[in-house]
Design a protein around this ligand. Structure first.
Ligand code: DGP
Length: 112
């Protein structure tokens, strides 16, 4: 499968990693939309949050559990946004589940 984020997870595509554990990896977004913009992805290929099931719930839980520590390490503890886009209409361009962590500035209240 030709997946950019699988390539980043395996190391075959370079990235600026800020966190890694057994189940997930976080790296800086190529086109940052805030001073802090990191993507957290499962190591396992899951297309989007629409694909969550009992079989991969632990992978999602690992991401959510890691996010506060990642945010803290990036200096945005207590004030940041987490977004996951799902499918074409949700604005998802990379079809490997990822959670955006955005912060480092007062974010707009608009979500669309
Ligand atoms: P989304 O629109 O939610 O699917 O966001 C995909 C994000 O992935 C977008 O903000 C740009 C980022 N991105 C795409 N290709 C690469 C890449 O090769 N490296 C990194 N670090 N980020 C990428």
């Amino acid at each position: 499968m030709d997946c950019i984020f699988c390539g980043i997870v395996s190391g075959s595509i370079p990235s600026s990693k800020v966190y890694e554990d057994e189940l997930c990896v976080a790296f800086r977004d190529l086109n940052p939309q805030a001073p802090v913009h990191v993507l957290v992805v499962p190591k396992k290929h899951i297309a989007s949050l629409d694909e969550v099931s009992a079989e991969n719930a632990a992978d999602i839980a690992a991401i959510l559990t890691a996010i506060p520590g990642i945010a803290s390490s990036l200096g945005v503890a207590g004030g940041y946004r987490v977004i996951t886009n799902i499918g074409e209409n949700g604005g998802q361009t990379v079809k490997h589940l990822h959670f955006h962590i955005l912060g480092g500035v007062k974010l707009s209240e608009r979500l669309n």
